[in-house]
Ligand binder design. Sequence first.
Ligand code: DQA
Length: 140
Amino acid sequence: MRILVLNGPNLNLLGTREPTTYGTKTLSDLEDQLRERFQQVDFRFIQSNHEGDLVDRLHEARGYDGIVFNAAAYTHTSIALRDAIAAIEAPTIEVHLSNVHARESFRHHSMLAPVCRGVISGLGMKGYLLAVEALIHPST
Ligand code: DQA
């Protein structure tokens, strides 16, 4: 089973970026947790600060079994990312560390959610684990 875990802009700074909102764990802590918990999964981990690069990465993963995608700020703005998710076969789950609905109103709208299998928001890194679990066992 192949899963892409794709993280968007500023998430390379996890651990030091606004820790009261995003916690103190780093992206590599997250990768370690996922690898340890789901040893049967062939993970690809990518982080990019660039919208077009994220589009390319989604295209590359079109045949994957699933994508866990935190598009960060692009969630709220990007028609290009929405179209890319809609264009590929791989089921995509939108994840946010923070509860975007409890924050500024500009974070309440997701351009991506309508073309995603589901959305997880506000559960910190646990959201990524739950998303992978949902991709592995979609109906339980
Ligand atoms: C985020 C929420 C977004 O609104 C924000 O722009 C981010 C991170 C989250 O994981 O909570 O960069 O996607």
